[in-house]
Design a protein. Sequence first.
Length: 335
Amino acid sequence: MQKMITLGEFIVQKQADFPEATGDLTGLLSAIRLAAKVVNREVNKAGLADITGAVGEQNIQGEEQQKLDVYANEKFKAALEARGEVCGMASEEEEDYVVFDSEVNNNAKYVVLTDPLDGSSNIDVNVSIGTIFSIYKRVSPRGTPVTLEDFLQPGNQQVAAGYIIYGSSTVLVYSTGHGVHGFTYDPSLGVFALSHENICTPEDGLIYSINEGNYIKFPDGVKMYIKYCQAEDEATHRPFTARYIGSLVADFHRNLMKGGIYLYPSTMKNPNGKLRLLYECNPIAYLVEQAGGRASDGYQRILDIKPTELHQRTPFFVGSTNMVKTVEDLIKEFG
Ligand SMILES: O=P(O)(O)OC[C@H]1O[C@](O)(COP(=O)(O)O)[C@@H](O)[C@@H]1O
Ligand SMILES: [Mg+2]
Ligand SMILES: [Mg+2]
């Protein structure tokens, strides 16, 4: 029987690979692990009155906030603030960045950006949802309150990123720049156990994920790519299979494991697309590159985009390298 390796053990083992490590990132990751367990317990009750439905307020995105959006945001915020490694947080559910203003936190090294609950439209209909997180070292001096600049770093400066998917099982997937690893939650033991070490995504896949309901609003290059996916061609195993859950984390996770591409292009209504660069696209792009895949806005590498606003959006094409390259070529040719 293979020995179970828990997330906690794995993080500590990996820390040993870096003699200069201080243990701060280890501490931070264990805070995320704790919050994930707390949120997971609540997600499993989705459908019961006290955790179902909207809170009756809109967030900075103009979206109806769901009770689980707010709950997850509060639990991750509390877990991160309680740790001395984090000086501030930015979140989809917070209009401005949050300063953890205590002497210990002001002296901390890291900032965290998060989408506390991804796939909100699927909460009440029992479809997989998730949490996404992105971690940077601060650029402002330690011992002072965190600043906006600490959050507006390009994705290529991330020191770690990951997501939790609350699905048929709960899986935490993360990377600190040394491969992508997945841990499945064992509720009987209350631990995340290593289940997917060194995830690599195929260069070519057979799945495409896009909300085709927006088809007429898509740029021509994207329309061409959808037609390409649907065309008959045995040599390239087309037509590809269309799969769209409507939760970025769930669509990405499936495609990461099997090979595929997720597309959220610009539309006439959303010329910058829908997804948020800082806490949806950057962490997912970091993971896919660590797994051998590719992520762009159709023209440039997502991780090289220099952010200017906390909640800025970007078109997003992510997944198997050759599939993303194909849609990029069509966008460059047809717009
Ligand atoms: O309903 P649409 O327009 O297809 O958008 C679905 C996309 O929006 C999102 O729900 C946005 O994320 P949030 O739920 O965190 O706001 C993604 O998870 C998903 O991929
Ligand atoms: Mg989201
Ligand atoms: Mg969200």
